[in-house]
Design a protein around this ligand. Structure first.
Ligand SMILES: N[C@@H](CCC(=O)N[C@@H](CS)C(=O)NCC(=O)O)C(=O)O
Length: 198
């Protein structure tokens, strides 16, 4: 199996960390999602990364479906089995991914559009979602005392992306979340290697 990826993506970081954690081995092929290369479009008509390409050639997307696919290959290590804990893990993944969507959308507006066409109210709207979600997570910090699940990797991917693209902007008074990130890095030793980077 190979993963079409680009190293700055929070969704890619989530999948790579999770695969490493559960011992699923992947080959990595770096693609430029901004330029919509053929290899990516053939595997994923959406032209988005990450995209997992199975040995059969079938493309698997988006990152939540990839997480479920590698979870099945690992015998179910990425999600709890218990109902309430499972819902917690799924919701955390959904929230962190949703905030990553907003953070990425804000960056696309700022980086890919001609300067005179940037619509700042729209950028601000994306950031207000990120900000509200981070406040919620700061007040409801996910526990790191047990197993690491999909939601933990999604949140670590998001915070790594914010460090990369919104340097110094997300922490503020969110001390619980800052501590969460540093505790996560102690628990998952490969965070520095796999977090979003250029
Ligand atoms: N919901 C998707 C989001 C993936 C996504 O937005 N990836 C970005 C990079 S971080 C991308 O491929 N952008 C290229 C594009 O939108 O054309 C997932 O979870 O996989």
């Amino acid at each position: 199996m190979k993963l079409l990826f680009s190293p700055a993506s929070p969704f890619v970081a989530k999948v790579r960390m999770a695969a490493r954690h559960i011992g699923v081995s992947l080959d990595y092929v770096q693609v430029d999602a901004a330029n919509q290369q053929d290899e990516l479009l053939e595997a994923n008509p959406l032209g988005k990364i990450p995209c997992l390409v199975l040995d059969s050639g079938r493309g698997i997307y988006d990152s939540k479906v990839i997480m479920r696919e590698i979870d099945r290959k690992s015998g179910g290590k990425l999600f709890p089995t218990n109902g309430e804990a499972l819902l917690d893990a799924e919701l955390l993944e959904s929230l962190a991914d949703g905030l990553s969507d907003c953070a990425v959308a804000g960056q696309y507006e700022l980086r890919l559009r001609p300067e005179e066409k940037i619509h700042q109210p729209w950028v601000d709207r994306q950031w207000s979602k990120v900000s509200r979600g981070l406040d919620h997570l700061n007040n409801n910090c996910p526990s790191l005392s047990g197993e690491l699940y999909a939601g933990h990797f999604a949140l670590a991917g998001l915070l790594g992306y914010l460090d990369l693209r919104y340097e110094g902007k997300w922490q503020g008074a969110r001390e619980n979340l800052v501590k969460w990130q540093s505790d996560f890095a102690k628990k998952f030793a490969d965070y520095d290697e796999l977090k979003p980077q250029v």
